[in-house]
Design a protein around this ligand. Structure first.
Ligand SMILES: Nc1ncnc2c1ncn2[C@@H]1O[C@H](COP(=O)(O)OP(=O)(O)OP(=O)(O)O)[C@@H](O)[C@H]1O
Ligand SMILES: [Mg+2]
Ligand SMILES: [Zn+2]
Length: 306
């Protein structure tokens, strides 16, 4: 299959498809993306039940933390409606390099390879990506997933130790069967939440749902339960955290807390990633990434003994 770059050509191809052809196309895509991913050692999805809880911030910072531990890291940003990873890493405007072998992803700080729908949407920016209004939600979902698969089937990842996948909000709740169809052999999912009761409730549901689909939960990260004072660095509690109790009740590891930190907003939201490993919040991400790697290794040992 020749590398395809733009969304318009994929959409035009799809319009003429009947369902038998579509099934065939999905089969081909799945096979190709499977072979594209053979050099990837670990694949971890970052999930949240709700949008806006800091999933992308977490994905990007865990990727940087793992890369700092001398690992080859890649990020896959599969949000069609608001891909923001390239912006946060300061590589917005870069493009996939088309070669006869496939599409080479841009490389961000610390050698992180980034596959983002942002590079793919081109002049169809997330804002102008007007989804066809007359389609049923099911067909719309199929269409989106086909676009994502087509995109993934072309990316040359090469050798990667950790691929972190930033899934669109609500993916755990409405789309997990499809996740497994475009990401073969997912090693597990990390759940991100904020401490409000609502988000917790949503998390509980996503955990149970992901489990019912055999997606392993590697643990939970609580974002923004504390506030880090930008002047002195002291952290104070904003909400009473329930994360410990919830992790106990759901029998999942608690991976740690990230405070609300203005430094994160002032850097990543401006496309200038904060890379200082001695910054206390960045150090938290390092601790959490170490825990995730331990959980993954532990699971691997267990699996080998069975
Ligand atoms: N710990 C934090 N401290 C300060 N700001 C944060 C923190 N985490 C996230 N933010 C900010 O909150 C906003 C939402 O974060 P982010 O985009 O990562 O959420 P998301 O869950 O990926 O959202 P979406 O569902 O839209 O994809 C961003 O402006 C981000 O900079
Ligand atoms: Mg996001
Ligand atoms: Zn202070």
């Amino acid at each position: 299959m020749a590398p395809t770059k733009d969304l318009k050509s994929i959409l035009s191809k799809l319009e003429h498809n009947d369902s038998a052809k579509l099934a065939e196309q999905i089969g081909e895509q799945t096979q190709q993306l499977q072979s594209r991913m053979t050099g990837i050692r670990r694949k971890v999805a970052i999930l949240s039940g709700k949008g806006g809880v800091g999933k992308s911030m977490t994905t990007v910072n865990l990727a940087l933390a793992i890369a700092r531990q001398d690992q080859q890291v890649a990020i896959l940003d599969v949000d069609l409606n608001g891909p923001c990873v390239p912006h946060m890493l300061g590589i917005r405007g870069q493009e996939l390099t088309m070669t006869p072998e496939g599409a080479r992803p841009p490389v961000g700080p610390l050698g992180i390879k980034v596959g983002s729908m942002d590079f793919f949407l081109g002049d169809l920016s997330p804002v102008t990506w007007n989804r066809p209004m007359d389609l049923s939600p099911i067909w719309l979902g199929t269409l989106e997933m086909t676009v994502i698969r087509e995109f993934l089937a072309d990316i040359i990842w090469g050798e990667v130790d950790y691929l972190l996948i930033d899934l669109p909000p609500g993916a755990a709740a409405d789309k997990p069967p499809v996740i497994s169809s475009f990401i073969p052999d997912l090693d597990g999912a990390v759940i991100v939440t904020t401490p409000s009761e609502m988000a917790m409730d949503v998390v509980r549901k996503s955990v149970l749902y992901a489990r019912s689909l055999n997606i392993k939960i590697l643990g939970l990260i609580e974002n923004m339960s504390e506030f880090r004072c930008p002047e002195c660095g002291v952290e104070s509690e904003l909400f009473e955290s329930q994360a410990d109790e919830m992790c106990d009740a759901l029998d999942i590891p608690f991976l740690g807390r990230i405070p609300f930190d203005r430094d994160l907003i002032r850097s990543f939201d401006k496309g200038k990633p904060l890379l200082d490993p001695t910054h206390s919040t960045i150090a938290r991400y390092t601790e959490i990434s170490t825990r995730i790697r331990e959980v993954l290794d532990y699971k691997k040992i267990l699996a080998e003994q069975l």
